[in-house]
Design a protein around this ligand. Sequence first.
Ligand code: B12
Length: 357
Amino acid sequence: MDAAALATDLLAAKTAIVDRVMTEDYARHPELAARYGERGRALYQRDSGHHLAFLAEAVAHAAPALFTDYIAWARSMLAAYGVHVADFAETLRLLRWAIREQFPGAPGIAMTASIEAALEQLPKALAAPASFLAGDAPLDQLARQYLDLLLLRERHAAAELVEAAVLRDGVPLQRLYLDVFQRSQREIGRLWQLNRISVADEHFATAATMALMNRFLPQFAVHAASGPRAVCCCVEGDLHELGLRMVADFLELGGFDCDYLGANTPRADLLRSLAAEPPQLIALSATMTFHLGAVADLIRQLRARPELAQVPVLVGGRPFQIEPTLWRSIGADAVANDADAAIDAATRLASRGAGHA
Ligand code: B12
């Protein structure tokens, strides 16, 4: 049985497995009802569904790191909401048991290999990951000030701060993007994960940073209508567009002519518009591991169309950083882990024109 088929079977049994795990856990540990209260069961069900969704991607792509990374993240997120690490470990053990019951023999063993790895790592996983802005790198201080202002909802002061850094002090735009914007966004994520800030705080910071990027780009980009055309989009379902937007801006600064389509691009519409005018490059972003299926599917569809089969596909986003070989197994032509590296990869791919890596 191949990996993709195992993952499909696992997902098809998701509801049954989650129900079984929860019933067994509450039966073995009656104290859970008092510990987690009335909403406990609903949250247990939701979270176990997430565990299974990430596990299925690790199985589908034969990439256990996708699951172990998720478990390290979930461990701190759950801790921030009062879930005991011992209870989390028990859920994972029961998940392993229920999957093996449901899929006896080799399939169940293959499906649960990542759970074994995660359980081994769990005692070492941090209750709270370290800050992204704790260092003393040149722009750390600027990033800290910028984030502090955004968390105070001081959007105009934040804008003045970074504008002065670029226009007065000569900080290169690319450094501002990567060392200040990207890292403060990651810190925002960490603070949300630890339940220290709200989704509203995150939305405010993301919108303010996107607005600043809109203001900066026209001041620096040389319009390159004759440069290679790149279509940049997030796969269907994925809402994280700021990273892709950064990539598109860097490509524009590097001489590309980018059609930036943004978040959650519907697959059918994308394929139609690509076929109408095939670009020299497609830049695809996925942040959530559970959107990797959409990436693989889209690439398969591109390869199946004669007019698009040779257009190179560059991928990027969080799961590709976690598992460095994933781009290849998913069928892309190259990966880049940040907007800087994206310029080199895109230039290489576009200059090669047709053909795969
Ligand atoms: C802002 C944000 C959101 C916003 C996005 C809004 C927007 N307009 O973009 C919203 C609120 C929609 C959101 C939703 C969710 N989010 Co969110 N989000 C973030 C946050 C805080 C910042 C993202 C960002 O702007 N990063 C900065 C950019 C510059 O970095 P980047 O995205 O990594 O991009 C760089 C590289 O990855 C690469 N790259 C990216 N794409 C591409 C493409 C190509 C072609 C190339 C070459 C390179 C490349 O280059 C980029 C530039 O250098 C991150 C935290 C984080 N660590 O990133 C969480 C984070 C990604 N989110 C997370 C989660 C859990 C979610 C939700 C599931 C929450 C929920 N329960 O609903 C949903 C899922 C939504 C969905 N269906 O996609 C978790 C993921 C954890 C995990 N284990 O996977 C994170 C890590 C937060 C955390 N620390 O817990 N989120």
